[in-house]
Design a binder for this molecule. Structure first.
Ligand code: GDP
Ligand code: GDP
Length: 436
């Protein structure tokens, strides 16, 4: 099911990023484990009670050194374009400023639900002063304190109450949803167009899956696919749409809705730092990944060239060692026919379940050959393993002491599972639990 998106808007220094970080909590830091991946602090998943949603800090989206008013307008536009509900943040210690009124004007025109947060209300006495903010015209102002974590529950109750009914967009389980990501000019639109024009593919449009994204349905060899629209595939022309932060944001939103993510690389220009960033997010989000080396027509293609390029890809994307690599040309359509089968395989593995008895045979055999680690004289004992989930596959190993399970041991178990069951194209997760 599609998650709702919430954007935080407001002039500088009202506390947008403080609130963002508090709502997102520790979830954001997990990406740091991957070398070469810079954290992106403008978009992350948050949760309130049982509802998950995506949160955008529009303060992170800036277009060069534009004047303040232009920046604020662009940030408000991003919020209006991307969000289901907007949190309009003001500073409870400064009253309503001219800049707040400018932001308010843009939000009036938007038809999006707006919830007004009055930040920096750090103590109860200050709550008396928030009534003046009714004048902004967004109804009840919610007093909050980002730095003390106060009042956020009431604010979020209000935000969640405005979430649209999303059940309509419930995913069809038999359909493979995929997106194409990559930096500008790697050939994303060319690849999508090449797929759509392929003879054996039947294409139909899906009416507005989200507001302004156009998803496309494909059918080939008894399999339905949906291509999720991504930044860079549609050239629209608002100023902020050319900024990197914004295209990253659009890509992250597309990844969230995907089963399989195609990480597109340009064979002609080679691998760049920027290629790794979004790929890291696809991995962290637990999506299946296929690495696609496009523009293969520009390389004198032979076995050796392919091997060499593959080695480069493996060296740069070490955490994606499970991802198959497809070499093709969107322009000449050479080897294009290898793409959908690779997507299909990755998707199959993403949803694959391994029977518990077979899994335990594999894990226990591996442990019989390799002694478990000891820490401070205490030896790790593995009692039992079971697969608890798919998309991506998650395995729980029940052990005597979860603290004895270090990264290298989890990796060892993962590798044995991969050797036995494949899982090409999908990340898998190993979780250690204490056996009660
Ligand atoms: P942004 O520019 O809107 O993203 O604002 P920041 O989150 O960077 O916050 C601007 C300043 O306000 C920082 O110095 C924060 O520590 C401070 N701040 C944020 N929230 C609160 C709050 O609830 N109370 C107080 N007293 N200060 C806050
Ligand atoms: P996007 O920004 O990622 O959507 O990239 P485009 O699809 O707009 O392609 C950028 C440029 O690369 C265009 O000039 C394309 O014609 C060119 N291009 C795309 N795919 C290929 C390919 O397979 N081979 C070659 N030689 N050029 C390509």
């Amino acid at each position: 099911m599609r998650k709702a998106t919430v954007a935080i808007v407001g002039r500088p220094n009202v506390g947008k990023s403080t609130i963002f970080n508090r709502l997102v909590g520790e979830r954001i830091s997990i990406v740091e484990d991957i070398p070469g991946v810079t954290r992106d602090r403008i978009y992350a998943e948050a949760e309130w009670l049982t509802t998950r949603f995506n949160l955008i800090d529009t303060g992170g989206i800036e277009v060069g050194d534009e004047p303040l008013l232009v920046k604020m307008r662009q940030q408000a536009e991003v919020a209006i374009d991307e969000a289901d509900v907007i949190i309009f943040l003001v500073n409870g210690r400064e009253g309503i400023t001219a800049a707040d009124e400018e932001v308010a004007k843009l939000l009036y025109k938007s038809n999006k639900p707006v919830v007004l947060g009055v930040n920096k209300v750090d103590n109860p006495e200050m709550r008396e002063t928030i009534y003046e903010y009714y004048a902004l015209g967004f109804g009840e102002p919610f007093p909050i304190s980002g730095s003390h974590g106060l009042g956020l529950g009431d604010l979020l109750d209000e935000v969640v109450s405005h979430f649209p009914e999303l059940d309509m967009s419930e995913k069809d389980e038999d359909t493979i949803y995929f997106s194409v990501i990559g930096r500008p000019n790697v050939g994303k639109s060319s690849l999508v167009n090449a797929l759509l024009n392929e003879e054996r593919v039947i294409v139909s449009d899906i009416e507005g899956t989200t507001r302004d994204a156009v998803d496309t349905k494909l059918h080939r060899d008894n399999q339905d696919y949906v291509i999720i629209d991504t930044a860079g595939m549609r050239k629209r022309g608002k100023v902020y749409e050319t900024t990197e932060k914004y295209s990253v944001l659009r890509a992250l939103k597309a990844i969230d809705r995907s089963d399989v993510v195609l990480v597109l690389i340009d064979a002609e220009t080679g691998i760049r730092e920027q290629d790794k960033r979004i790929a890291g997010y696809a991995h962290e989000a637990g999506r299946a990944v296929v690495i696609v080396v496009n523009k293969w027509d520009t390389i004198t293609s032979n076995e050796k060239a392919m091997k060499e390029f593959e080695e480069q890809v493996r060296a740069h994307f070490q955490y994606l060692d499970y991802a198959p690599i497809v070499f093709l040309s969107a322009k000449t359509k050479k080897r294009l026919h290898t793409l959908l089968p690779a997507i299909q395989l990755a998707s199959e593995n993403h949803t694959k379940r391994v029977p518990t008895n077979v899994l335990n045979d594999v894990v226990m055999d591996a442990l019989a050959m390799n002694p478990t680690p000891t820490v401070k004289g205490k030896r790790l004992k593995v009692l039992y393993a079971t697969q608890v989930n798919v998309k991506p596959p998650r395995f729980v190993i029940f052990v005597n002491e979860p603290e004895l399970v270090h990264f290298s041991f989890a990796r060892f178990v993962e590798n044995r599972i991969r050797e036995a069951f494949g899982f090409v194209g999908t990340p898998i997760k190993i979780i250690a639990r204490k056996r009660q």
